[in-house]
Write a protein that binds this ligand. Structure first.
Ligand code: SAH
Ligand code: SF4
Length: 471
């Protein structure tokens, strides 16, 4: 099987369009660089897409601003995973109408998962006439061509073509962070969990070529990046689409072997495919953080079955037990959905007991949101929104207790932290291997470096500490 990729010929065509757009923009703005405001909603995968799109914009001559009111190009890279995310976008797009009055040259563009849905594209077409450009998740690399059409033909350009041959290599990426980088290894998803819209808006699972990922990782390490986060909806099934089993552990090991002082994280691991081989590799690779994001969604096997997750509570707990045996210091985080259609309170209590049993470092908790086109959306859902809200609060309360206990156990311990920034209170902040925020006093030169911090005052969500001698 071959890797699905955009042909060199198609890429060359986009490079030609880039040159043309740059020329047109220079004419339109009298030689001054036009300004782009680019905002991404949603998961890290979407953020990584945003960084690629910004790379294209930069090559076409745009400079970036964080003020939409002074922008000539406004882009919202949208998320569709829950209704709330979509409502926010509609609200924020509505507010942009005003800016068109003061800047007739303004281009308003929307891309990402939300607009990949036909019903959303239709609504934008009919109700948001001031949105000029809409492009879906499969045609991002064709932004130069789409922008060219908009600039030369006028009117509005909508393209939500579904085409899985869409991995475009060799394009410039404009990283948001100076020393932490996202590195996508696969796109799309084949799992079809019954609550989830991702496979519908992102298409089938497509893995990037092994060598292309390694080359990116080498380049990131060589330019001084301190953290590389490998991304995929299900990193454990990396390579299965070109007929390889267990390729992700090998990839992890090969990236680990790249010389340099950096650490490696990855997400997301689907519990069904989280193999012993992966956990053994994690344990053996010194650059791989002992942090596993293993979204369980529910602690009840019957609910998991109806979610089409392909594992049950017992299998999940076995994976955790093996992982902890291999890495006693392992931090585990998870995603939980409260109020999946048909879930009873008793079944929900299994989720509470599971989170106590596992002792998660952090949880991302969501109330179920029906998504158009998913099986969940047509399942009977008798529990009221008020009840689900109560369950949600019960869950948060339980997790807070779990997190407080875990934090308390950190008192007096020393952990390695990648120093990231100075907060408003004037203290340095960074994350420890568990991905928990750590706060301490220190000079600016430490930003972007690894330090050892001794925890003196553990709070539930933040660990306060002081610089320690290197251990
Ligand atoms: N590929 C990842 C998850 C991607 S979506 C995995 O399988 O684990 C991120 C999280 O959003 C999911 O883990 C789930 O908890 C949540 N989510 C997805 N669809 C949802 C929905 N319809 N309602 C509420 N939460 C949802
Ligand atoms: Fe959605 Fe399930 Fe795929 Fe994750 S594995 S993206 S939850 S369908």
């Amino acid at each position: 099987m071959t890797v699905l990729a955009v042909s060199q010929e198609q890429l060359n065509r986009q490079f030609e369009y880039m040159t043309e757009v740059r020329r047109l923009l220079t004419e339109r703005f009298g030689g001054e660089a036009p300004k782009a405001f680019s905002h991404t909603y949603g998961c890290q995968g979407n953020v990584a897409d945003g960084e690629r799109i910004n790379g294209l914009l930069e090559q076409m001559g745009y400079e970036f601003t964080d003020r939409p009111d002074e922008a000539d190009f406004i882009l919202f890279n949208t998320c569709a995973v829950r209704e709330h995310a979509e409502e926010r976008v509609y609200g924020n797009v509505g507010r942009l109408k005003e800016f068109k009055k003061t800047n007739p040259n303004l281009i308003i563009a929307l891309c990402g998962c939300m607009v990949q849905q036909e019903h959303v594209a239709k609504r934008l077409k009919s109700h948001f006439p001031y949105v000029d450009l809409v492009f879906g998740t499969h045609v991002q690399y064709r932004l130069p061509e789409l922008l060219y059409r908009l600039l030369t033909e006028g009117g509005r350009v909508f393209d939500i073509t579904e085409d899985d041959d869409d991995i475009a290599e060799g394009l410039r990426v404009r990283h948001n962070h100076p020393f932490k980088a996202f590195l996508p290894i696969s796109y799309g998803c084949n799992n079809f969990c019954t609550f989830c819209v991702v496979p519908h808006v992102r298409g089938r699972e497509r893995s990037r070529k092994y060598e292309d990922i390694l080359a990116d990782a080498r380049a990131l390490a060589a330019s001084g990046y301190k953290e590389i986060m490998l991304l995929g909806q299900n990193v454990n099934s990396y390579g299965k689409d070109f007929g390889e089993e267990e390729l992700f552990p090998k990839l992890l090991k090969d990236i680990n072997d790249i010389p340099g002082d950096f650490l490696i994280r990855f997400m997301t691991s689907h519990p069904r495919d989280c193999s012993h081989a992966l956990l053994d590799t994690m344990a053996a690779c010194e650059k791989v953080e002992h942090h596993l994001h293993l979204p369980v969604q529910s602690g009840n096997s019957e609910v998991l079955h109806r979610m089409n997750r392909h594992y049950d509570r017992e299998k999940y707990l076995e994976t955790i037990a093996y992982a902890r045996k291999k890495m006693p210091d392992l931090a585990i985080t998870s995603d939980i959905i409260v109020g999946f259609p048909g879930e009873t309170h008793e079944q929900f209590l299994d989720t509470i007991s599971l989170i106590r049993e596992v002792g998660y470092s952090a949880l991302y908790t969501f109330i179920y949101s029906p998504r158009v086109g998913t099986p969940g959306a047509s399942m009977p859902d008798p529990v009221t929104a008020t009840e689900k809200q109560q369950w949600f609060e019960e869950l948060q309360f339980a997790q807070e207790q779990v997190a407080a206990e875990r934090s308390a156990g950190m008192k007096g311990k020393t952990c390695r932290v990648l120093t990231e920034y100075r907060n408003k209170a004037g203290r340095l902040c960074g994350r420890n291997p568990e991905n928990t925020m750590v706060e301490f006093e220190g000079p600016d030169e430490l930003i972007g470096t690894f330090v050892d911090v001794k925890i003196t005052e553990p709070l539930t969500w933040i660990l306060k500490g002081e610089l320690a001698e290197r251990v």
